[in-house]
Design a protein around this ligand. Structure first.
Ligand code: GLC
Length: 590
């Protein structure tokens, strides 16, 4: 196997030449398609070299990343103190989940003031310092923008609920009930039970897609739009690099209040299953996304928009780019995130779907986040979990999609779900217990070392407990172990940046009929070596052979960039390659 240093310096020179070419050509040429077998499409890079196409984005849950003042809750200065770690890992941008003043019912997603910092996380000066320290390390800061709802403690809502004729009444969704104790219709909250809350004072119901304490804003009111776009400008003026837009598909509800269709069975909260037909994905969402894009496009530095929308179909996901690529640059791909089993055919199908989206939009992949169980256990089989963590890292980091990591994923952090309802912090876990135990399990403190609070804090008690696995899975130990999950992530991130085909190359699936090994090429079309990625998604060793001439790829051997477990040699033929259970092979075609 090539050492990391060797491969980096070799590719650094190639990278410089490519960079020069990219600068010289305002719009880099599309790779030649004529040499492709007809049935095998190839995605392309078409537009200028935008930073977010190449960035490794890292999600930070601020409560849980690093506590700098010993109160058991993470904070902004804590994040700032760990920027060198992020730089060393190869992170280009951090998305920080909400740090705004909040009653913390939904741990920050219930915002009381969009233009301030919650004192438990620090001050605005701390935030400015974080942005400036991050920028010194060429790390961008992406904010979380929560447009669908505010906290019920937000001044806007306090005004709105104060009287029926308050000027801000129409900023939220107020409706009459159908009679005493009867809400306006059957719409349900995502977090359980009716989505309508009766307000004694004014005798009407307000709509909340999420918790009762999170009233929905009325996006049909132009004043709401202006106020929320001003929020974007406030943070852009502070130098943030873009926004992750929370729950954007939920912005509008049917004005006629049609009942949602009821489906068979009951959910974890004991409510009838329901199709959120009239409260999700209404077409007006796209009008707002275009307006948001116009706001951010006025700022220099190509600010990015990332959408959180669990789109049901690939057509819906494609729409997020906008008809003229004028909406979201990076729509989160929940379909890839939630395959929930290691299936080469399933991943191949979904990769094809998004790679060849009609608008040539940039795909955006993640596997873990603060709302769903961590990859280590969700994809692990209970026997090979560490190896599978590396396999998932390779998948995340070697397609041409922009990858997003979730803090601690690079260590193999696992989901540590509370075992007693008394310990649950996330309200949804209390409403749904024991069927839905909430999201505390994936929000436990970052595991920096094997000390009592895992280097996260010095508090007697941290806000969520330190998982027992912190003793073996932590930064201090894994940085020293060349075979750790951390070292694997770091190595593959470095390859992604330094190897031209991994950085810029198009995606071409190969061995499309293989039921076990997912394999693809990354090709630049600029004369640089192509890279072959082969991921054995099965628990048995597999033997694979590749015929690559038909793909316009020169060469008849492989130079291994990274293999896990290691291959016997750094040079491999294209025939009869053995790949261990859940093994990874990333190699240049020579
Ligand atoms: C998004 C957030 C989630 C939050 C919800 C309501 O889905 O990721 O954490 O609970 O929106 O704001």
């Amino acid at each position: 196997m090539l050492t990391h240093e060797r491969s980096v310096s070799h590719h650094f020179r190639g990278g410089l030449i490519l960079l020069l070419l990219a600068v010289l050509a305002a719009v880099p040429a599309r790779p030649q398609q004529s040499d492709q077998p007809k049935a095998t499409p190839q995605s392309s890079q078409t537009s200028a070299d935008l930073w977010w196409k190449h960035a490794v984005i890292y999600e930070i849950y601020p409560r849980s990343f690093q506590d700098s003042n010993g109160d058991g809750v993470g904070d902004i200065n804590g994040i700032a103190s760990r920027l060198d770690y992020l730089k060393d890992l190869g992170v280009d941008a951090i998305w920080i989940t909400p740090m705004y003043p909040s009653p913390q019912i939904d741990f920050g997603y219930d915002i009381a003031d969009y233009e301030a910092i919650d004192p438990q996380y620090g001050t605005m000066a701390d935030f400015d310092h974080l942005v400036s320290e991050a920028n010194k390390r060429t790390i961008r800061v992406i904010m979380d923008w929560v447009p669908n709802h505010t906290s019920d403690q937000n001044a806007w809502f306090l005004e709105s609920r104060s009287s029926r004729d308050n000027p801000k009444r129409d900023w939220y969704i107020w409706r009459d009930g159908k009679g005493a104790g009867k809400p306006p219709n059957n719409w349900q909250s995502w977090f359980g039970h009716s989505a309508w809350q009766f307000d004694e004072k004014t005798g009407q119901y307000y709509y909340h897609h999420f918790y009762v304490q999170q009233p929905d804003l009325n996006w049909r009111n132009p004043e709401v739009r202006t106020a929320m776009y001003d929020v974007l400008r406030f943070w852009l003026d502070k130098g943030v690099a873009g926004f992750r837009m929370d729950a954007v598909s939920r912005l509008f509800e049917d004005p006629k209040l049609h009942d949602d269709p009821i489906l068979p069975g009951k959910n974890a909260f004991g409510d009838p299953n329901i199709q959120h037909k009239y409260t999700d994905n209404l077409p007006e969402v796209h009008e707002v996304l275009r307006e948001v894009r116009q706001v951010v496009d006025k700022y220099p530095g190509n600010p990015v928009l990332i959408s959180e929308a669990d789109e049901p179909t690939i057509e819906d996901l494609d729409k997020m780019y906008g008809p003229n690529n004028d909406e979201v640059q990076l729509p989160m791909d929940f379909k890839i995130a939630d395959v929930n089993k290691l299936s080469a055919p399933e991943f191949r199908k979904l990769l094809d779907e998004i790679e060849f989206n009609p608008l040539d939009g940039q795909p955006y992949f993640f596997f873990s986040n603060h709302d769903q169980s961590r990859t280590w256990d969700r994809y692990g089989d209970g026997v090979h979990n560490d190896q599978i963590a590396k396999l998932m890292a390779a998948l995340l980091l070697t397609t041409h999609a922009t990858p997003q990591l979730y803090y601690g994923e690079e260590l193999g952090m696992r989901t540590t779900t509370p075992t007693r309802i008394e310990d649950v912090k996330d309200p949804v876990g209390r409403t749904g217990w024991p069927k839905d135990k909430g999201r505390d399990g994936e929000r436990t403190p970052m595991q920096w070392d094997d000390s009592k609070d895992a280097g996260f804090s010095t508090a007697a008690k941290t806000w969520l407990p330190i998982p027992p696995s912190a003793a073996q899975y932590n930064v201090a130990l894994e940085e020293r172990d060349p075979n750790s999950i951390f070292s694997f992530y770091k190595h593959v991130i470095a390859l992604r940046k330094d190897v031209p085909a991994l950085r810029n190359g198009s995606y071409v699936a190969v061995n499309r009929d293989d039921p076990n090994v997912l394999a693809y090429l990354r090709k630049t079309g600029h004369g640089a070596d192509s890279v072959l990625v082969a991921l054995n998604m099965s628990a048995e060793p597999r033997t694979v052979s590749f015929r690559l001439q038909g793909f316009g790829v020169q060469g008849n051997s492989l130079q291994v960039l990274v293999a896990s477990p290691k291959q016997a040699s750094d040079q491999l033929p294209l025939e009869n390659i053995q790949i261990a259970p859940f093994g990874v092979l990333i190699a240049e075609v020579k």
